[in-house]
Design a protein around this ligand. Structure first.
Ligand code: FMN
Length: 435
């Protein structure tokens, strides 16, 4: 069996608007309804979690302008605000929202996480990112963002500080004994007195301890520093191999993380790696292939989108580059290391136009195209080979796509015994560790 998650690549952002199944987007944008429909559908389908991305600025690197981002609606509400509503509408689904370790004070994050874990009955997780853009850093009062590897050193200290705060309450400290009139046992609540290079906090937390103790930690960065961070701290790792796709690379990723976990004294089974994938399905394999070819052709023609994306990820404005000259190395960048470096490796020597067109050929870490039956069999084969733990679905988000996955693909996966048919009565972490 494997695990399933869904990646909302625009966080608590704008979905549906201008798309095929936009519903009443103009009225409903930024309302919780679509997200609640999604959460209940994912639970019906047996997913482990729904994961909300986040960012803290409107992109303005490409063309040195806010215009491309504003035109597309590259906006985000705070994903943490959705968590209690999604928790209220579901009983078992894990809910992960993104927090940037570079900007969140540890005490604020530790207390927020325990509060949300309480509100969701032990189903909250935080996707810990270091964030990469100078624009976001400037919104929090920095001159520019910290250097890439230093961000991860800081993140490591940040998590240790947050865990120290979570640990200020020993198990059993909350006695609530109405006969003796004691709410919490003072002998089991301690100061953290965490003193680091960048972060310090006294503690103890003044919130009710979290049902999970330590809420689930999710991690996404693929550079060596990012992988180390995930191997030390994550309960689930989400991996995108869109730039260098294929089962061999997926296997390398799983094996590499396992080795790193062993080095840090952890059992590799304790972090579940989910690979980003976008199933493309139709009633016949042929129709699905035609659908895929149409999507690829549209993306290949949209060089602008690739340039805007790479500008965002690298923090360098690529709009002035000659599309028909050999691609320039995007060196010396301080952005998403693994993604940009993989793009450069994969397309070395090509023109930018060609690189953009070829990049459009890959949709996800591996291609999943066909009827639900075909896609389910492919997913099973891939997981057997990779030794991975599951898939993180992504794609344009609308109710048609949700139905396709939750009521089309998931029942086939369940019938084949590949995904869970029910949840245990446990926390998010217990569900993750169940197999
Ligand atoms: C599936 C996935 C989800 C991610 N979600 C976020 C996010 O919500 N916010 C963010 O700032 N970065 C996000 N990232 C970026 C990573 O946190 C990281 O910055 C990026 O992958 C580059 O990491 P690296 O420099 O270690 O390669 C995501 C990456 C992946 C692969």
């Amino acid at each position: 069996m494997f695990h399933m998650g869904w990646f909302l690549g625009a966080g608590f952002g704008t979905y549906g608007w201008g798309g095929r199944w936009s519903g009443n987007a103009k009225k409903d944008i930024a309302k919780p309804d679509l997200f609640i429909d999604m959460a209940t559908s994912l639970e019906r389908a047996g997913f482990d979690y729904m994961m909300l991305e986040d960012a803290s600025n409107i992109p303005d690197v490409y063309k040195s302008s806010l215009e491309p981002g504003l035109r597309q609606g590259a906006l985000r509400n705070d994903p943490m605000t959705l968590v209690p509503l999604l928790g209220q509408a579901t009983k078992h689904l894990g809910i992960i929202a993104t927090a940037a370790t570079s900007f969140y004070p540890p005490y604020l994050a530790a207390r927020l996480a325990t509060s949300l874990d309480n509100l969701t009955d032990g189903r909250f997780g935080m996707n810990l990112v270091t964030a990469s853009s100078h624009g976001a850093a400037q919104n929090y009062g920095l001159d520019k963002h910290f250097e890439h590897d230093m961000r991860y050193e800081m993140a490591d200290e940040w998590v240790r500080c947050v865990k120290a705060l979570w640990d200020t309450w020993e198990p059993g400290a909350l006695v609530m004994d109405e006969e003796t009139g004691v709410f919490a046992d003072a002998s089991k609540v301690h100061y953290a007195n965490f003193e680091g290079k960048w972060f310090s906090s006294r503690g103890p937390l003044n919130s009710i301890p979290a049902p999970q103790g330590h809420p689930v930690i999710c991690q996404a960065g693929g550079s060596p520093a990012g992988r180390d961070f995930g191997a030390k701290h994550a309960d689930t790792i989400i991996a995108s191999l869109v730039e260098e796709p294929g089962v061999e690379n997926m296997k390398e990723y799983r094996d590499d993380i396992s080795e790193r976990m062993i080095k840090y004294g952890r059992n590799p089974k304790d972090a579940k790696i989910l690979f980003l994938a976008q199933p493309i399905m139709a009633d016949t394999d042929r129709a699905a292939q035609e659908k895929r070819d149409g999507m690829v052709a549209a993306m290949a023609a949209n060089t602008d989108a690739v340039l805007a994306g790479m500008s965002y990820f690298s923090g360098k404005d690529l709009s002035g580059l000659d599309l028909d000259a050999p691609i320039e190395e995007i060196t010396d960048h301080n952005g998403h290391k693994s993604l940009v470096d993989a793009f450069m490796r994969e397309h070395k020597g090509k023109t930018l136009r060609q690189a953009a067109a070829d990049r459009a050929q890959t949709i996800g870490s591996v291609e999943l195209v066909g009827t639900p039956e075909t896609v389910a069999d492919k997913m099973s084969e891939i997981m057997d080979y990779v030794g991975g733990d599951g898939f993180l679905i992504r794609g344009p988000l609308d109710r048609a796509v949700i139905t396709e996955i939750c009521d089309g693909l998931a029942p086939v996966l369940r019938r084949k015994g590949l995904i869970r048919s029910e949840y245990s009565e446990g926390t998010f972490k217990e569900n993750l560790l169940a197999f």
